[in-house]
Design a protein around this ligand. Structure first.
Ligand code: 16Z
Length: 450
């Protein structure tokens, strides 16, 4: 490996308590909200088929028309307490809010630009009440921040001239000022979710970004920052020149998921997922596939089974309403979590052979093995291969106690579990297995022998 000044600062996972909390979240909520929610994917009677939060880049929408939208930003229906309650009922343990997306419009009254809520008819801080409401519900708040800023005069995608370089110095200072301002205004935030960091101009700022990351971490000790904030001095992003993870967790799983534990390279990670195929901001007319709550539950469980978290995106409309499709998802995911959350919260990878019927998750606090069944076997029986030295001490349908599952030993360490008659096959069902490792008759939590 090569010596790097601005590469990864740590090998392996963070081991501090704040990262331990992050690791156990299981489920999060992303909120994309901003001026783009006003046009909602349409302009001048035309339909924008791209991602609604990118409508400013659509040549059918004049840039100045977009840039005037702040003059009509006045979301009468905005109710952060209701949003936080809905997220709580869904079972989200953390929430990521767009403080500033690529358009540069700030949902907080930044001292460093006029392009913020302070200059809109709404003329109140959006972020503060949201942070308070989510904190009150016990949901940790993370602040999304786009480095790319189409509004700032000093922003550049690449630095080609002396003038570019001078302008970009101002932009770097502006970016640092806004980030320190966010941490000062909202000190209860647990981390930052960076985006818009692929431009050559930013990638060249390895030293500046490294120093800024250190500075932010010193302002809020334990702050959690993903792999997408900065590049190393060779322009390597997410993973440095030596292949080591930048930041505290892998942030590349966006609208896609790993399939095997090897894909996550032993890192913490989360997957951020849109409900339609590719809409983060509000689009009033979703086209194509819209994910059902069962699909999203399966992705959430799959993430937990591979040591990751799953984050479902919400895009409130221009008035601050949560759309009906998203409210339905929040309700249905919440109903499932009501009785099955222990198979997701505090759960991670179990190194048992993957079976076709679904996923194993291991609860880090109880030591229990969860079998989450998505693909019901026609036989009605689940095949379970148990590694050597592991004994099944008991198994039950989640929330029940005793005698619901019959265990048939096929041969040493391989069993058929019979699902109870009348199991509802339209929902994922969870079996909870207590295991004993080695000959230990220890009761309670089992830490896998290292
Ligand atoms: C260049 O392709 C992109 C770049 C950025 C994105 C942004 C989306 O607007 C959303 O904020 C997502 C989390 N982010 C990666 C999406 C596609």
């Amino acid at each position: 490996s090569v010596t790097l000044e601005h590469g990864s600062k740590r090998l392996g996972k963070r081991t501090d308590p704040m990262m331990g909390v992050w690791r156990n979240y299981g489920l999060g909520q992303f909120i994309h909200w901003g001026l783009y929610a006003i046009p909602g994917g349409h302009w001048d009677g035309k339909y924008y088929s791209g991602a609604a939060e990118w409508i400013r880049s659509w040549n059918e929408m004049p840039k100045n028309a977009y840039d005037e939208l702040y003059k009509v930003f006045d979301p009468k229906a905005y109710d952060p307490k209701a949003w936080a309650k809905q997220a709580k009922d869904m079972g989200a343990k953390y929430m990521i809010i767009t403080t500033k997306h690529h358009d540069g419009f700030c949902l907080w009254p930044s001292q460093y630009t006029d392009y913020s809520v302070a200059k809109s008819p709404y003329n109140k801080d959006i972020i503060g009440p949201m942070v308070e409401a989510y904190d009150a519900e016990g949901i940790d708040v993370y602040l999304y921040f786009s480095v790319m800023d189409w509004n700032h005069p000093g922003y550049r995608s690449k630095l080609e001239t002396k003038e570019d370089e001078e302008a970009y110095e101002g932009f770097k200072e502006f970016t640092r000022n806004q980030l320190l301002e966010l941490l000062a205004f909202y000190p209860s935030t647990k981390g930052l979710w960076f985006d818009g960091t692929w431009d050559q101009a930013w990638i060249q700022q390895a030293a500046f970004a490294d120093e800024l990351e250190e500075e932010m971490r010193s302002v809020i000790p334990g702050l959690i920052i993903g792999s997408r904030f900065r590049a190393d001095e060779n322009g390597k992003r997410h993973f440095d020149t030596n292949g080591d993870l930048m930041g505290d967790y892998e942030q590349g799983w966006e609208r896609k998921m790993p399939n095997r534990i090897e894909d996550v390279n032993g890192n913490d990670w989360d997957c951020v997922m849109t409900v339609p195929e590719n809409q983060w901001g509000y689009h009033s007319d979703w086209k194509g596939h819209v994910k059902s709550s069962v699909e999203l539950i399966e992705m959430m469980v799959k993430a937990a089974s591979l040591d990751g978290n799953f984050v479902i995106n919400f895009g409130p409309d221009g008035q601050g309403n949560i759309r009906p499709e998203e409210s339905l998802i929040a309700k249905e995911v919440g109903e499932w979590m009501e009785s099955n959350a222990e198979a997701v919260y505090d759960c991670g990878y179990l190194d048992w052979e993957k079976q076709d019927w679904g996923y194993y998750t291991r609860n880090r606090k109880t030591g229990n093995v969860n079998l989450v069944v998505f693909n019901y076997p026609a036989s009605g029986k689940l095949r379970v291969k148990v590694p050597k030295g592991i004994k099944i001490q008991g198994i039950d349908l989640i929330g029940t106690n005793g005698g619901t599952i019959d265990l048939e030993e096929i041969h040493r360490d391989e069993y058929f579990l019979g699902l109870p008659k009348g199991t509802d096959h339209t929902k994922p069902v969870v079996l909870v297995m207590k295991i004993v490792e080695g000959d230990a008759e220890v009761q309670g939590v089992y830490e896998k022998a290292k």
